[in-house]
Design a binder for this molecule. Structure first.
Ligand SMILES: Nc1ncnc2c1ncn2[C@@H]1O[C@H](COP(=O)(O)OP(=O)(O)OP(=O)(O)O)[C@@H](O)[C@H]1O
Length: 298
């Protein structure tokens, strides 16, 4: 049993730059947690501290109930932002070498290297030097390197950057599979459509601080719901004063910001029909991208 990965109150300063202020979140077993934020927000710094590559000025990282130490850190599968493979070493040799470092037997290391290169679609490159692979294929090998020792936690810094759509699908499937085995999975990404699709929960960071955290749908719902109505004449303020209608932006398509707990969409539709025919009536919630913009620019 892995337990919760808890990042608790991390502070980190580089000279005058405050990289992290009270960075706090947790990732539960079986959960995929998306870590998003603008460039320089502090994602890589947080991940490096989790891995112990960097020390925090204060705060703590725990796995289960215990502060993370050298032994528990070895159980983490990590994909660093600066990809750390040796370009002149063969794919298979490199993976076996990393597996042996994690304590696997020679036979176990070979089996694991074969398994992951096959699973990630780079089996044909087993005997090629890493440096001769395309960047996307190198990234698949980098993921294999993170998985080679059957980790009980996954911490991946921008695993999707630069991947083609097929590789994105393979990477997504593997992350879902590992979460399905009950391990905590955290990854950073700027590809918010992917984060929205894959993650159970998401944390949005800006300037070293966690600004919003929660299930993607809950965060989106917090951003409000908009009813869009196409059809009624634009000069009639037909929605003013209806229960649950917060603002109304009249036009060829009228956008109503509504409180979903109060509004009755059928009442809104009936009110619209009193002034003219309705051609379209839809509900929309903000995307993760809308929310991200709002949070990081606040
Ligand atoms: N070794 C370092 N020395 C000095 N400053 C650093 C160092 N590492 C990070 N920083 C600074 O700390 C802040 C956070 O950087 P970090 O790399 O964690 O951001 P990030 O969210 O991963 O960004 P990106 O999305 O661009 O990768 C930035 O202002 C960065 O310049």
């Amino acid at each position: 049993m892995t337990g919760i990965l808890a990042v608790d109150g991390l502070h980190k300063r580089f000279g005058d730059v405050i990289a992290l202020r009270d960075m706090t979140f947790d990732v539960r077993p079986g959960e995929i947690f998306g870590f998003v934020g603008s460039n320089g927000a502090g994602k890589s710094t947080t991940m490096r501290i989790i891995l112990g590559v960097l020390a925090a000025d204060s705060g703590e990282v725990r796995l289960g109930d215990k502060p993370i130490d050298l032994v528990t850190r070895r159980k983490i599968g990590y994909m660093p932002e600066e990809r750390g493979l040796y370009p002149k070493m063969k794919v298979g040799e490199q993976l076996q070498f990393l597996a042996r470092l994690h304590g696997l037997s020679a036979a176990g290391a070979l089996a694991s290297a074969r398994h992951w290169t096959d699973r990630l679609g780079v089996a044909a490159r087993f005997d090629d030097n890493v440096g001769d692979l395309s960047l996307g294929n190198q990234q698949r090998v980098q993921l294999a390197a993170a998985l080679i020792h059957d980790p009980t936690v996954l911490v991946l810094d921008e695993p999707f950057s630069g991947l083609d759509p097929v590789a994105v699908d393979v990477m997504s499937e593997v992350l879902q599979e590992k979460a399905g085995e009950g391990i905590p999975v955290v990854f950073s990404s700027h590809q918010l459509d992917l984060v929205q699709r894959l993650c159970d929960r998401v944390g949005i960071v800006a300037r070293g601080e966690m600004r919003a955290i929660g299930a993607v749908d809950d965060l989106r719902a917090r951003g409000g719901v908009t009813l869009e109505v196409t059809g009624p004449p634009t000069d009639r303020r037909w929605a003013d004063g209806l229960p649950g209608v917060l603002t109304a932006d009249y036009g060829p398509t009228t956008a109503l910001r509504v409180d979903p707990a109060v509004v009755d969409d059928q009442q809104v539709l009936a009110a619209a029909l009193t002034v003219g025919p309705i051609h379209r009536f839809t509900t929309s919630t903000p995307s993760l991208t809308d929310l991200f913009r709002e949070v990081v620019t606040a």
